[in-house]
Design a protein around this ligand. Structure first.
Ligand code: MN
Length: 227
């Protein structure tokens, strides 16, 4: 038995709809993966190579509450499809990529947009804007055996009952198999790796007390209260 010199940190997990939890190893997030969102952020929507940043595994949070974070006055919602991998590898082909998927979930890539904007301007990394405590509200992962794969379907976010973001999964610039293949060229993917697949247009700020309802066809609704 290994002796640890400090208490062993717990392994972050996402609940699943099939019983049992999904242990999270890494969280990769793609930027600007829906053309209309790229445009609203001031970028050319043409297909340039994808780019990824990371959140921390323990930023994912299935509690249904999002505590308004410190050092910001502009926290934005980004509704996203989450992909959980059951199998890893390097140089995975696009054709084989979907065989690596365990399941899918609805999530929110909560963003301190003011801090992210500052970081972009200064050419600095995005962690303070993206990888903060409980910045990844997430619903239960649903296995492929239950929901299949999701090349299309409505993706939507309501705040206090009003639609703020809407799109279709088929509008992704880089599709799920392409993201897995691309990441596997740069990193050794492993079971437990999670991909957040980008957000459609309509991102905006939330305030304490707001209720966010994130929905993806086939996956149901993730309700999160800003507290
Ligand atoms: Mn995002």
């Amino acid at each position: 038995m290994t002796d640890y010199v400090i208490p062993l940190p717990s392994i972050p997990t996402i609940p699943t709809s099939s019983g049992g939890d999904f242990p999270v190893r890494r969280v990769y997030c793609i930027g600007r993966n829906y053309a209309a969102h790229a445009v609203e952020m001031g970028h050319d929507p043409d297909r340039e190579p994808p780019f990824f940043f990371q959140k921390n595994p323990n930023n994912l949070d299935a509690s249904g509450e999002f505590p308004y974070p410190p050092h910001t006055s502009d926290v934005h919602h980004e509704v996203e499809l989450v992909i959980g991998l059951k199998k890893g590898g390097t140089n995975i082909s696009v054709e084989d990529a979907l065989d690596h998927v365990w399941g899918y979930a609805v999530s929110l890539d909560m963003t301190r947009r003011d801090l992210q904007g500052e970081a972009k301007k200064m050419g600095r990394p995005w962690e303070t804007g993206k990888a903060f405590e409980r910045s990844g509200p997430v619903g239960p992962l649903k296995p492929v055996s239950e929901v299949g794969h999701l090349p299309q379907g409505r993706i939507e976010l309501k705040v206090n009952g009003e639609v703020r973001q809407e799109g279709d999964l088929n509008q992704m610039i880089w599709k799920v198999p392409e993201m897995i293949a691309y990441l596997s060229e740069y990193f050794e993917l492993q079971p437990g790796d999670v991909i957040m697949s980008g957000t459609p247009s309509g991102v905006g700020a939330v305030q304490r007390g707001d209720n966010m309802d994130a929905m993806i066809d086939g996956l149901g609704v993730l309700s999160v209260k800003v507290v």
